[in-house]
Write a protein that binds this ligand. Structure first.
Ligand code: NAD
Length: 473
C-alpha cells in the first residue's frame, strides 16, 4: 500500500501546496544515460580518468563557470541575468578530481565545476568528488582545503533534486602505498551506477590492496561460484541481501532462527541457495555455519563473504530498560558476531572464511546519532562500528586480504520499520535529501559493492545508506 506521504504527493494540489515530491530513483547495475563529465582541480587528473576508462566509461570535459563563460538569460518577468553556459544535453554525472587541490583558489575551481552541473544533471544524476585523506595533504592550508571538500559535497547532496546524489571518495596518493586506478574503479562504478541510489553525502576512503588482490573490475557477476553467508536472511533487508548476492553469482547460505523457518525456506528456494536454521546467539553458531558450508560444498570450500545482518530491537526508555532488554539486543546485534568472527577466522577450520574474504556488519544511523528509547540498540550498533574500525586496521587480516566494513542504514522499508508509530515513520521517511525511505535492495547493493573482489582496497569503512538522513548527519 502506498504510504501516506506518497498518497498526498500524488494529489495534484500537493505540488502547489509545496509538499516535497519524492523522485523515482535509478536503481541496479545501470550507468547514467547521459555523459560523464570529468573536471580537474589544481593540475592533471591523477587516477580518476584511468579508473573511469577501466570501467569502460567515456568521459567528456566538464564545463567551468567563470565570468568569461557566462551567457545571458531572460527570466519569466523579462529581466536578464548572467548564468553559466549550460551543458548541450543533460549530463549523467560530474566527476571532479580534486586530489591536487591545495589552495583556496582551487576551491573556486571546484565551485566553477559544480555550478553548471547543479542544473545540468539528468534525474538520478551523480556528483562524485575525489580527494585525498586530509591529514596526508601536508601544509595546513592543503589539509583545510581537502577537508573543505567534505563540506561542499555534503551541502551539494542537500541541494540536488530529482534523485541526484553527491559523494566524496578519498584516496591515498602521498603514502608509501598509494591508491591505484584499479583500486579505485569498483567504488567509482558503484557511485555512478543505480546501485548507490540511496547513498548520498557520504565520504568513503579507498586505500591500496596488494598486487593480485584486486580482481577484474566491472564484472557483471562478481561472486560467480563464491559462498556468501547472510544472517537474518528470512525476511526484510537480509532477504534483499541474499537476492542481490545470488543475482551476482553467489551460492548463498541463508541463516535465520528456526521460528523464521518458513520465510527462510522461501528465500533460499527463490534464489537457489541453502537454508540454515540457526540462532546466532548459540555459542557454537560459528562452528555450525562452517560445518554447513563444508558439508554442502566440500571440505576445501571456504566462505567469501559473511554478512552479519541479523538484528533485533527491544525499544524502551533507559529508565525502563532491565538487564534482559539490554542483554538480548547486545547479544544478537554485537556479541554473537564477535564470537562467530573469531571462529570463522581460523584458517585451519574447514568451511571458515577464505583469504581475500569479506566481513560485513550492519550498523544503523541510531548507532551514529543515538535515539530516544534505543540506548541498547544504539550501543550495539555503535559497537559494530567500533568493531569494523578495529578489524579494518588489523594487519593480520590485511595480510590475508580480508576486508571488514559496515553499512549504516537509515530508514528502510521493512517489517521492522512498519512497526513504528505512523507519525514517527512518516517523519523518518522524509527527513533525508532524497525525501523517501530506502529499500532493502539499496542496503544490499552497498554491501555487495563492499564485498566485491574488486573492492579489496576498501576496508574499515562505515557507509550510511540513508538518503543523507539528517539524523546523525
Ligand atoms: P527484520 O526484523 O525485518 O529482520 C531481521 C531478521 O533477523 C529476522 O528474519 C529475524 O528472524 C533475524 N534474527 C533475529 N535474531 C536472530 C538470531 N538470534 N539468529 C538468527 N536470526 C535472527 O529487520 P530488518 O529491518 O530487515 O533489519 C535487518 C538489519 O538491518 C538489522 O541488523 C537492523 O538492526 C538493521 N537496520 C534496519 C533498519 C531499517 O530501517 N529497517 C535501519 C537500520 C538498521
Amino acid at each position: 500500500m502506498a504510504d501516506l506521504m506518497t498518497m498526498l504527493t500524488t494529489n495534484p494540489l500537493a505540488k502547489q501546496l509545496g509538499v516535497p515530491q519524492a523522485a523515482r530513483l535509478r536503481r541496479g547495475r545501470e550507468l547514467p544515460k547521459g555523459a560523464v563529465a570529468l573536471g580537474t582541480v589544481g593540475g592533471a587528473p591523477r587516477l580518476t580518468r584511468e579508473s573511469l576508462e577501466l570501467l569502460g566509461v567515456q568521459v567528456q570535459d566538464a564545463l567551468v563557470d567563470t565570468p568569461a563563460t557566462r551567457v545571458t538569460e531572460t527570466t519569466e518577468d523579462g529581466r536578464t541575468r548572467e548564468v553559466p553556459a549550460p551543458y548541450e544535453a543533460k549530463i549523467g554525472a560530474l566527476v571532479v578530481d580534486a586530489t591536487s587541490a591545495t589552495s583556496i583558489a582551487d576551491l573556486e575551481t571546484v565551485r566553477g565545476l559544480l555550478r553548471p552541473a547543479m542544473k545540468g544533471l539528468e534525474p538520478s544524476g551523480r556528483v562524485i568528488v575525489v580527494g585525498v585523506e586530509p591529514e596526508s595533504a601536508g601544509a595546513p592550508t592543503a589539509v583545510a582545503v581537502q577537508q573543505a571538500l567534505e563540506g561542499i559535497v555534503r551541502s551539494v547532496g542537500k541541494e540536488l533534486r530529482a534523485g541526484a546524489t553527491a559523494n566524496l571518495v578519498r584516496v591515498d596518493l602521498l603514502t608509501d602505498t598509494p591508491t591505484t586506478a584499479t583500486d579505485l574503479a569498483s567504488t567509482l562504478g558503484f557511485f555512478l551506477e543505480g546501485r548507490s541510489a540511496y547513498v548520498s553525502g557520504q565520504v568513503v576512503h579507498v586505500g591500496h590492496a596488494a598486487e593480485g588482490r584486486v580482481a577484474e573490475v566491472g564484472a557483471a557477476r562478481p561472486f560467480e561460484g563464491q559462498i556468501v553467508v547472510v544472517t537474518g536472511a528470512g525476511r526484510g533487508i537480509g532477504a534483499g541481501i541474499a537476492e542481490v548476492f545470488a543475482r551476482d553469482g553467489a551460492m548463498v547460505v541463508a541463516v535465520d532462527v528456526p521460528a523464521g523457518g518458513q520465510g527462510l525456506a522461501a528465500v533460499a528456494n527463490k534464489i537457489g541457495g541453502t537454508a540454515l536454521q540457526l540462532d546466532i546467539t548459540s555459542p557454537d553458531a560459528g562452528r555450525r555455519i562452517a560445518a554447513h558450508v563444508a558439508q554442502r560444498f566440500g571440505d576445501s570450500a571456504r566462505i567469501h563473504t559473511i554478512v552479519h545482518n541479523a538484528g533485533i530491537t527491544r525499544d524502551k526508555l533507559l529508565a525502563n530498560t532491565d538487564e534482559d532488554r539490554w542483554g538480548s539486543v547486545l547479544e544478537v546485534n554485537l556479541a554473537a558476531q564477535i564470537r562467530m568472527n573469531e571462529i570463522l577466522l581460523d584458517p585451519a577450520l574447514p568451511g571458515g572464511l577464505d583469504d581475500g574474504g569479506r566481513i560485513i556488519g550492519v550498523a544503523s544511523t541510531s548507532g551514529i546519532a543515538g535515539n530516544r528509547g534505543q540506548t541498547n540498540y544504539a550501543a550495539s550498533k555503535a559497537g559494530v562500528i567500533g568493531l569494523v574500525w578495529a578489524m579494518g586496521a588489523d594487519p593480520r587480516l590485511a595480510g590475508r586480504g580480508i576486508t571488514v566494513n559496515a553499512v549504516a542504514p537509515g530508514f528502510i522499508e521493512t517489517e521492522m520499520t512498519a512497526k513504528m508509530p505512523m507519525g514517527t515513520r512518516e517523519v523518518a521517511r522524509r527527513i533525508n535529501s532524497l525525501q523517501q525511505g530506502g529499500k532493502p535492495v539499496d542496503v544490499a547493493e552497498t554491501i555487495a559493492w563492499l564485498s566485491e573482489p574488486a573492492s579489496a582496497a576498501v576496508t574499515g569503512q562505515v557507509v550510511r545508506v540513508c538518503g543523507q538522513s539528517q539524523i546523525g548527519a
